[in-house]
Ligand binder design. Structure first.
Ligand code: AMP
Length: 283
């Protein structure tokens, strides 16, 4: 495994690989790697000749400075994990190298970034759009892998790929969970044992919604049932819970003409903000 710091070097390595017809898989991450990230990496290793994992804590996507300053950094253990599963390249530029000049170009996703995470994290997806575009240009991947845990991010990047004709297939990967059902996240490290127990109820509520949807209960009722369930969980504070079209992210009031559906959750346990979702293909 080679660790590359300079964007120009990463770019010329990838151009060279492409000229030799090697397929490239890119997994963008911000480090602090856990099993959830490694599922994406393994999917890339399976589908491509070469796997590039980027580790870059992107300042443009943080709306709160303290979140950026406190973002966990575990570079040595990240590199060991990636090397152990056979990754070819890790791209780990500094912010100064990645953004020599602060970008003046912005990316906006219209209505799709005004809902869910976009509503509560202004500017977040614009920052994600810029970093991912730049990573696509540098690594020139055939495939790039994103977790369905961050469903809105996956859908926006997929749409960006189509709208701007990036020659990359954006692949969504199932959420990896703890045995308790809690979605893996670097934020879980900030929870106590009891906090993790409380947080595992997020998935219980989502499963309840899944059953009600499959029983064809109407969306308003499904939402109400889930909110009632969460209200009874002490120390769990819901920020939003929405049933949305799993392609457009717009709220739904019936299941007609919908092929994908998502129930999206955001909330707080012990002051830690957690997100999760249920993603269902109906047709
Ligand atoms: P991050 O480092 O948090 O930006 O995450 C990098 C990628 O890993 C994103 O595409 C996330 O959606 C994905 N990811 C994070 N946690 C999980 C998980 N538990 N299961 C699957 N993918 C995940």
């Amino acid at each position: 495994m080679r660790a590359i710091i300079a964007p120009n070097e990463m770019s010329s390595i990838c151009s060279d690989l492409r000229s030799k017809d090697r397929t490239i898989g890119l997994v963008p991450t911000m480090g602090a790697l856990h099993e959830g990230h490694l599922v994406l990496v393994k999917a890339s290793l399976k589908m491509n000749d070469i796997t590039v994992v980027s580790i870059f804590v992107n300042p443009l996507q943080f709306d709160k400075h303290e979140d950026l300053a406190n973002y966990p950094m575990t570079l040595d253990s990240d590199l060991a994990k990636l090397e152990a599963i056979g990754v070819d390249y890790v791209f780990q530029p500094s912010a100064e190298q990645f953004y020599v000049d602060e970008p003046i170009v912005s990316i906006s996703f219209g209505r799709m970034e005004t809902v869910l995470e976009g509503e509560f994290r202004p500017g977040h997806f614009g920052g994600v759009g810029v970093v991912v575009s730049k990573l696509f240009h540098i690594a020139q991947p055939d495939h790039s892998y994103f977790g369905l845990k961050d469903l809105q991010q996956f859908l926006l990047i997929k749409r960006m790929g189509q709208d701007l004709a990036f020659p990359v297939k954006v692949v969504g990967v199932e959420t990896k969970r703890e045995a308790s059902g809690l979605a893996m996240s670097s934020r879980n490290l900030r929870l106590s044992e009891e906090g993790r127990e409380i947080a595992s109820k997020i998935q219980v509520g989502l499963k309840l919604s899944e059953k009600s949807i499959l029983d064809n209960k109407e969306p308003g009722l499904v939402k109400q049932e889930a909110l009632t369930f969460y209200q009874k969980v002490d120390e769990l504070k819901v920020e939003y819970l929405e049933l949305v079209d799993g392609e457009t992210l717009m709220p739904i009031d019936n299941y007609e003409e919908i092929s994908e559906l998502a129930v999206c959750f955001a909330g707080y346990v012990e002051g830690v903000r957690l997100i999760d979702n249920l993603y269902l293909r109906l047709k």
